[in-house]
Design a protein around this ligand. Structure first.
Ligand code: GLU
Length: 436
């Protein structure tokens, strides 16, 4: 899984490889997951903080719907099951105040695939906050698109700043541009609030940006306070969501795009590509997804408990890291943190650790903690940040026990019992750092 594509094709010249693939390797998230699994299989103790997948089981009512839909065997419409598209539109209206209909929704095999199809379909250069999730930039390269990174400030929780966005737009030649937002953020764990979103929307409107807003972690805002940028930029924001993160169903592969009516021609064009590629998402999964997006008491309760656990755990481990002198933001949503180890840069360098990759390799070898270097998220190799996904625990008993805690904040005893592996991993990471 770790071979980069050279670009020249087979050594004997039997076939050639498209030049757009030159230098690309398998996606870092999936590569670290497979590497961790292989190390584990070889008998090593590995703390799997590499791949970001939900630790929680799919809610029972959604699983039940999947079971009872097993007989659904026909191809569904390319855009998605009509009932599901209506449920997704209703969900966005209910949760985010976005007024769109089922006709504005496209269902795909994961939002990742829809993002790639968007990049294949629409013209324009891509604006990416630095850092950003691992696959946005490689997808742009595959689609032959130029990428412009927008620097963010560590003092500002590495949130995209409207002034930096404006500067970036002013410095570029005129032409179509796509801004890719993601909040709660992967890899940082911070999010964007209403004031910041209004300012970003004003800049986007001024420059006529197409905004792809990846809100896949929206339901995992730790305070249940997610706000969609589509509230403030309804005419230009596509909202990306799905089942993978909040519903614990990454492996089911179901993602959704919700388009402004004004972008119907783009939805139509993406439908053409979908029809020539994946055809339609698995039928039983689409039927089951209607239950998830319909929501209700059971789903709300599941989400309340998921958020409470992630919030308590994120706070505990970020505080532990800060106590060791590792700079890290206070988490606000999702299940990622991006600790910055540069406070000991000189001593790390003396020990031969000159890059984020060196750092992650050393941590993995010496402690068994798997994480991803900042370079996977658009930082230079020399950057000494790394991303951890604090998900190496069994979410089923944790959810069940969180119910018994009666909605109060979850304390140290709860975390020790149910999230012990993550606490242990962070302890090992801090011990490793303190040696320098
Ligand atoms: N979003 C997950 C992560 O950042 C992985 C999913 C994927 O790469 O397809 O770890």
């Amino acid at each position: 899984m770790d071979t980069a594509i050279a670009g020249a094709g087979a050594p004997d010249g039997w076939f050639g490889m498209d030049q757009r693939l030159r230098g690309l390797s398998p996606s870092a998230t999936l590569a670290i997951s497979e590497r961790s699994a292989a190390l584990k299989a070889s008998g090593r103790e590995v703390y799997r903080l590499g791949l970001g997948q939900s630790p929680f089981p799919v809610p029972e009512c959604v699983r039940e719907k999947l079971r009872s839909s097993a007989h659904e065997k026909d191809y569904l419409p390319v855009r998605g099951l009509e009932r599901l598209r209506a449920a997704v539109a209703a969900y966005h209206a209910r949760r985010h105040g976005i007024m769109r209909t089922g006709d504005d929704v496209l269902i795909g095999p994961g939002s990742k695939e829809l993002m790639f199809i968007l990049q294949m379909t629409v013209e324009g250069e891509l604006l990416l906050p630095q850092p950003s999730w691992v696959s946005y930039e490689p997808q742009a390269r595959l689609a032959g698109r130029r990428v412009h990174w927008i620097p963010t400030d560590r003092e500002d929780g590495r949130r995209i700043d409207p002034v930096a966005l404006r500067h970036c737009c002013e410095g570029l030649p005129r032409g179509p541009r796509i801004l890719l937002l993601n909040y709660p953020n992967n890899p940082v764990g911070t999010t964007l609030g209403a004031d910041r979103l209004k300012e970003l929307a004003a800049v986007a409107r001024h420059f006529g940006l197409l905004v792809l807003s990846d809100e896949i972690y929206g339901e995992l805002n730790h305070r249940a306070g997610h706000v969609s940028i589509a509230r403030y930029y309804p005419e230009g924001a596509i909202v990306s969501a799905g089942l993978s993160k909040w519903c614990g169903a990454g492996g089911w592969r179901l993602g959704t795009f919700s388009f402004p009516e004004r972008l119907r021609s783009l939805l139509d064009a993406m439908t053409v590509v979908a029809s020539e590629t994946f055809t339609a998402v698995s039928a039983p999964v689409q039927f089951a997804a209607t239950r998830a997006f319909d929501g209700g008491v059971e789903i709300d309760d599941y989400l309340d408990r998921s958020r409470a656990i992630l919030q308590a755990l994120g706070r505990a481990i970020s505080a532990r890291m800060r106590a060791s002198g590792i700079a890290v933001d206070e988490p606000e949503g999702g299940f990622y943190l991006m600790p910055d180890f540069s406070a000991r840069e000189k001593r790390l360098k003396l020990a031969g650790i000159r890059s984020g990759s060196d750092l992650c390799e050393s941590v993995l070898q010496e402690t068994g903690v798997a994480m991803l270097p900042g370079s996977c998220f658009g930082y230079p190799e020399s950057d000494l940040s790394a991303r951890i996904a604090y998900v190496d625990f069994d979410g089923a008993p944790a959810l069940a026990a969180a119910r018994k805690e009666n909605g109060g904040a979850l304390g140290a005893a709860f975390l020790d019992t149910h999230c012990g592996r993550v606490l242990k991993a962070v302890e090992l990471l801090c011990d490793w750092f303190e040696r320098f």
